[in-house]
Design a protein. Structure first.
Length: 172
C-alpha cells in the first residue's frame, strides 16, 4: 500500500468522494456485485444502492471479487428501486439509466456536472421499465460486435471511469 500511495480504510472514509451513486437493481450475480464494490472503491464514489434481489454484504461470494471494498464503500439496501430513486431525486441527483433506449445518449456526450445516480439493471432484462420512467435520461455505451450488451460489471467500470475522468479534478 505504501509503495502505491493508496489510502487506508480510515483515509478512504475521511476522503472526498465523487458525487456518484451506483444503483444496482436486481443483479443476480454475486461476483458482479463484488466487482461493483471494487470499482466503486477504485473511483471513490459516494455509495452503492442495492435494490430488489441484489444481495448485500457480508457474503463470501461478493467478497471474492470485492476484496474488502465492502468495508470501505458505503451502501444501502432498498426493497424496491422506486423508493431509492425517489430518495435520490429528492436529494437533487440527476438519475441516469445505463440502458439502450430509443432516446439514450451516447456515453461520450454525457457530461456529469454534479450529483449523479447511475442505474444498472438485471443481467438479462436490463433496467426495469418502472425505473426507466423515473430516470432523467438514459446513457448508452456503443458496441460494434454481435452481442447487444456488455456484462453489467464491465459496463459499470466503463461508466464509472467516464464519470471519474470528468468529476475527479473538481472533487478529489
Amino acid at each position: 500500500m505504501d509503495e502505491l500511495d493508496r489510502l487506508s480504510a480510515d483515509g478512504f472514509a475521511e476522503s472526498a468522494k465523487l458525487p456518484v451513486v451506483a444503483v444496482l437493481d436486481n443483479i443476480r450475480s454475486l461476483h458482479n456485485i463484488g466487482s461493483f464494490f471494487r470499482t466503486a472503491d477504485a473511483f471513490r464514489i459516494e455509495a452503492i444502492y442495492l435494490c430488489g434481489i441484489t444481495a448485500c454484504p457480508p457474503h463470501r461470494e461478493i467478497q471474492k471479487t470485492a476484496l474488502g471494498a465492502t468495508e470501505t464503500v458505503r451502501w444501502h439496501y432498498y426493497e424496491n428501486i422506486e423508493e431509492a430513486l425517489h430518495e435520490l431525486k429528492n436529494q437533487n441527483y440527476l438519475v441516469a439509466a445505463i440502458e439502450q433506449t430509443t432516446e439514450s445518449l451516447h456515453i461520450s456526450s454525457f457530461e456529469p456536472t454534479g450529483k449523479t445516480a447511475l442505474i444498472f439493471g438485471n443481467e438479462v432484462d436490463g433496467v426495469d421499465d418502472k425505473a426507466l420512467f423515473l430516470c432523467d435520461l438514459a446513457i448508452e455505451i456503443p458496441q460494434a460486435g454481435t452481442k447487444h450488451s456488455l456484462n453489467v460489471a464491465v459496463c459499470g467500470g466503463i461508466v464509472l471511469w467516464h464519470c471519474f475522468q470528468r468529476l475527479a479534478a473538481h472533487i478529489i
